[in-house]
Design a protein around this ligand. Structure first.
Ligand code: NAI
Length: 343
């Protein structure tokens, strides 16, 4: 019997509650030792507490330091900031880990196994933006400031390099635009090379590539990459690109990792167009749950979960509509649970 692990659970908006229930059923079948503290955020937070990120939710994560969350909608109007961005800032979740692995073969690319490690707190996403009015046009000039620090770059690069070593990865590629943004992304590049030479040389191969060339190379020959590490904006774009290589956002999990907390989620949003219809694909959140199990040193359960997903999708051929199948969320979940109970 494993030690019980307290964790915060946020069902989220739209399809959130449906895919979270599916994930809980699968985690129960695995006998995962999480003790859930259910909290609300997003539209659910506004409805319950007048805040998309209520204090009780923050308090819960401060206590558990571990959360699984469904997608959150940011209410338009009312001056609300994205709850996802606030969570990253509040818990200093500096590393965003987004693996992309082919699970259903036969797509445009087979046998993809890539990981994007994105800096989550700095760069052009710090929100220092303003307009300069000229001649009565209030939006005559738009300005944004990006900030990268050596300390912030180093901790993210160190996280990526440690991840590569632990996972036995062969190559890490630093993605940058230091030919144009010489200071902002040059600092990241320079810090990465210096860290590699000092501490990681020989443990894996280090490569560097400019973001635009990287995008082209990823769609021509994605197998030349292994782990990609980059700054916030480039990482945001590249992680959706690599999700597209393996069948889209429905298959893409994400982990937000900090020194004191970790939050696991699907990369996709709340899919309001299919919410409540019982047809959502829970795979991305299930893969996020597998990352959460790995994070809690429950690697064996994570492997069983991933194997059950592979077998259900490829041997049983039970698939939801987004993957060309006919299964409802409930039928897909049932097939997974039955695979796990036989494993
Ligand atoms: P979305 O990812 O929710 O949906 C895009 C398309 O993919 C839709 O056609 C949807 O039906 C489909 N889709 C997404 N997940 C699916 C799944 N698991 N199974 C089957 N089909 C799926 O993106 P959209 O529509 O741009 O955003 C909707 C809301 O979600 C917005 O309010 C946005 O701010 C929020 N959002 C939240 C995120 C988070 O909490 N991490 C991330 C991205 C968006």
């Amino acid at each position: 019997m494993s030690t019980l692990i307290p964790a915060t659970l946020i069902a989220g908006d739209g399809i959130g509650p449906e895919i979270v229930e599916a994930t809980l059923a699968v985690l129960d079948a695995l006998k995962a030792p999480f003790v859930w503290d259910r909290q609300v955020a997003g539209l659910g937070g506004v409805a319950a507490a007048g805040d998309p990120l209520p204090e009780a939710t923050l308090e819960s994560i401060r206590r558990t330091r571990l959360a699984l969350k469904g997608p959150l909608e940011t209410p338009s109007g009312g001056g609300y900031r994205s709850s996802n961005v606030r969570l990253r800032e509040e818990f200093q979740l500096y590393a965003n880990l987004r693996p992309a692995r082919t699970i259903v073969p036969g797509g445009r690319f087979d046998k993809i196994d890539l990981v994007v490690v994105r800096e989550n707190l700095e760069g052009l996403y710090i929100g220092h933006e303003h307009y300069v009015p000229i001649d009565g046009d209030p939006h005559a000039v738009a300005m944004a400031t990006g900030i990268n620090t050596r300390q912030g770059s180093r901790r993210l690069l160190e996280y990526a390099f440690e991840f590569a070593v632990k996972q036995g990865r062969k190559k890490v590629t630093i993605v940058h635009k230091a030919n144009i943004m010489k200071a902002l992304t040059g600092l990241f590049l320079e810090t990465g090379i210096e860290l590699y030479e000092r501490k990681y040389k020989g443990l894996f191969e280090l490569d560097t590539v400019i973001i635009d060339a990287c995008a082209m190379k990823l769609v021509i020959n994605p197998w030349q990459f292994d782990v990609l590490v980059t700054t916030n904006l480039f990482g945001d774009i590249l992680s959706d690109l690599v999700a597209g290589l393996v069948g889209g956002l429905g298959m893409a999990p994400g982990a937000n990792i900090g020194a004191d907390a970790a939050i696991f989620e699907a990369v996709h949003g709340s899919a309001p167009d299919i919410a409540g219809k019982g047809i959502a694909n829970p795979t991305a959140l299930l893969l996020a749950a597998a990352m959460m199990l790995d994070h809690c040193r429950l690697g064996e359960m994570a492997t069983r979960l991933r194997r059950a997903l592979d077998d259900t999708l490829n041997i049983d051929k039970v698939r939801t509509g987004d993957l060309g199948g006919k299964a409802s969320t409930a039928a897909f979940t049932q097939a997974l649970v039955s695979r796990i109970s036989r494993s």
